[in-house]
Design a protein around this ligand. Structure first.
Ligand SMILES: CC(=O)SCCNC(=O)CCNC(=O)[C@H](O)C(C)(C)COP(=O)(O)OP(=O)(O)OC[C@H]1O[C@@H](n2cnc3c(N)ncnc32)[C@H](O)[C@@H]1OP(=O)(O)O
Ligand SMILES: CC(C)C(=O)C(=O)O
Length: 564
């Protein structure tokens, strides 16, 4: 039993913002993206990335289209320092990409951070300090006034040190860590202190990065906090307003999206939501959410599975099969009505038209995934998935009533196996239920051979039935092979429908024949099917298949009923 939370947990206060604008807005453009996979993502791993892995990951991020990449915390880790140096010294950072390095507000750490970036064409120094009451009291033991002096002192130091490297274009990023838990007036004071100490102005940009260091509120409260700041920050035109959502309440993506409505221009996060605790905001989901609204995110996720494997290898963490867009199961429908609707949708969807396939939020092909795994068949499936697999893998299109009949067979098999049925399983079931139904000795007919010859205007068929030890021949005359076979059987059978289809072309061409019959004494109709290189043979076998299946329900074996 969960204990009563009322006395142990508090809901953070709402923001007094009666004129809030964000609920009426839509996201119109992609934000600036910053990948913190190599910093926040990396600091949250059982085994942080090696130097080689970091470098490789960095280049993947560049190829994906990131223009801002937090490479690490060079003052805290020799690997991070070496990686930054290698990238800078070897000129491996493309001219339009901003590397970013993080530091605490401590003089020695700031010096080393700037030393790591020296010589870069452009660079972002990321300075942070926590500002919320709990951190002020427990971690830093500082008053609000002392926190402001602390910020002023360390931002000024960053300015002084970076001014000594005019060959580099410097930007300061200031993060009031724990922003979402800080009184808004204090956050504003902290950010404005940084803006002034950095002397933000024309050609001197500052990034103000507001994190949900630990996500504690509903996304609407975070959006209110962002809009409140957006309206009040000093020198706003020289400030890039950024957010850094975490996902402790599972609403990181919602927080980021609503923050964009509220005035944020930039988002920091990790691919597939890696990062401290329940992760940083997932940049893949955010970007593809935009994409499905017709807005290009400026990031290339056209090979999402390839990227997922890169990230899994680098982090040592698996991506959940139901992870939005990237999970193995997200383009798979298990339930019958979903499969049916997807099949119908795919049949009418044209490549360049607006995407309207039911149940699939985007065209899997757009992110390098194929339709292959879309339909699966299990005990929850209906006709749609079965029809899709038979058609895709064997070119077999069953008449609707036959599909209904066969789906009952599939359902039974799936229930018995308690597993998913593959296309191959489905075909085996189709073979044993229909294509080989005439070859089963037990209750049905065991076909061995036949001869067919023209007889005046009609045909005569001689069919050899088994078992081989007591083989016998039944003969029938008719207008064609089907009619003759029915007569040969001598059973009260009437043929309701017949269709044939060629399955392959050329030398190995094959015909599929499908027959629907009624057998006196049995309710409804029953289907049979057969495949042969010869159409007449396929027709004869299809009748035998249908009759054999129909008599399965009869009390006496077919041999006793058939005319000998
Ligand atoms: C929310 C985030 O993700 S922030 C990023 C967090 N990432 C990391 O910390 C990863 C790497 N960090 C480290 O390896 C280490 O913390 C180092 C090397 C930076 C510093 O190591 P140490 O000097 O041993 O300090 P330690 O790790 O114990 O950190 C606690 C100290 O840092 C201080 N501190 C914490 N945050 C800050 C900050 N933003 N600015 C200034 N000081 C800070 C604390 O007050 C505490 O100081 P105290 O020792 O005087 O009480
Ligand atoms: C932006 C920084 C300080 C951060 O990682 C956080 O607050 O989660």
């Amino acid at each position: 039993m969960l204990s009563n939370p009322a006395s142990r947990y508090r809901r953070p206060p709402a923001v007094d913002l009666p004129q809030r604008q964000w609920p009426n807005r839509q996201i119109e453009n992609a934000p600036v993206w910053l990948s913190t996979d190599l910093r926040d993502g990396n600091q949250a791993l059982f085994e942080p990335m090696s130097r080689e892995r970091k470098l490789e990951f960095f280049h993947h991020l560049v190829r994906t289209g990131f223009k801002e990449i937090e490479i690490g915390f060079p003052a805290a880790s020799q690997i991070d320092f070496d990686v930054v140096r290698q990238l800078v010294e070897n000129g491996e950072i493309p001219s339009d990409v901003w590397p970013m390095a993080m530091t605490q507000a401590r003089e020695d750490l700031i010096q080393r951070t700037i030393a790591s970036l020296a010589g870069a064409r452009r660079a972002i120094v990321h300075l942070y300090n926590a500002t919320s009451p709990v951190w002020r009291r427990i971690v830093f033991n500082m008053s609000v006034a002392e926190v402001m002096q602390f910020i002023e002192h360390h931002v000024s130091l960053v300015k002084k040190l970076t001014d000594q490297h005019p060959e580099t274009e410097w930007v300061l990023q200031y993060s009031p860590e724990t922003f979402c838990m800080t009184e808004l007036e204090v956050s504003l004071q902290a950010c404005n202190t940084a803006i002034r100490a950095w002397d933000a102005g024309p050609g001197r940009k500052i990034i103000i990065n507001l994190p949900t260091t630990v996500e504690v509120s509903t996304p609407n409260v975070f959006a209110d906090q962002i809009e409140w700041m957006h309206q009040r920050l000093e020198r706003r035109e020289h400030v890039v307003l950024s957010v850094h959502p975490h996902n402790d309440r599972g609403t990181g993506v919602a927080c980021a999206e609503q923050a964009l409505l509220a005035g944020a221009q930039r988002v920091e996060g990790c691919l597939f939501g890696n990062g401290e605790r329940s992760g940083n905001v997932d940049l893949v989901t955010l970007a593809l959410n935009l994409y499905t609204h017709g807005i290009h995110p400026g990031l290339d996720f056209s090979d999402i599975s390839g990227l997922a494997r890169v990230v899994e290898t680098a982090t040592g963490l698996p991506i959940h099969p139901r992870h939005p867009y990237a999970g193995d199961l997200v383009f798979t429908a298990f339930s019958g009505s979903h499969q049916d609707a997807i099949k119908k949708g795919l049949a009418v969807q044209r490549r360049d038209d607006v995407w309207e396939v039911p149940y699939l939020p985007l065209d899997p092909a757009d992110i390098g995934r194929s339709y292959d795994g879309i339909i699966r068949v299990n005990a929850q499936s209906g006709k749609g998935g079965i029809a899709y697999l038979l058609e895709r893998e064997h070119g077999v299109v069953l008449p609707r009533r036959m599909l209904v009949e066969f789906s009952a067979v599939v359902q039974k098999a799936a229930d018995a196996s308690e597993a998913e049925l593959s296309g191959a399983d489905l075909w085996k079931l189709f073979e044993s239920s229909y294509l080989n139904a005439h070859a089963q000795a037990e209750k049905g007919i065991q076909y061995l051979d036949h001869t067919l010859r023209q007889d005046g205007d009609g045909v005569q068929v001689d069919i050899e039935l088994g078992p081989p030890a007591s083989r016998r021949v039944i003969r029938g005359m008719g207008t064609g092979p089907i009619d003759a076979t029915v007569h040969a059987l001598g059973l009260p059978v009437s043929v309701h429908a017949y269709e044939e289809k060629s399955l392959k072309q050329g030398a190995d061409a094959q015909a599929l024949a499908i027959v629907e019959i009624a057998l006196e004494g049995l309710p409804g109709t029953c289907f049979g099917a057969a495949i042969s290189e010869n159409l007449a043979t396929a027709s004869i076998l299809a009748v035998l298949s249908a009759v054999s299946r129909a008599v399965q329900a009869l009390p006496r074996p077919i041999g006793e009923m058939a005319a000998a």
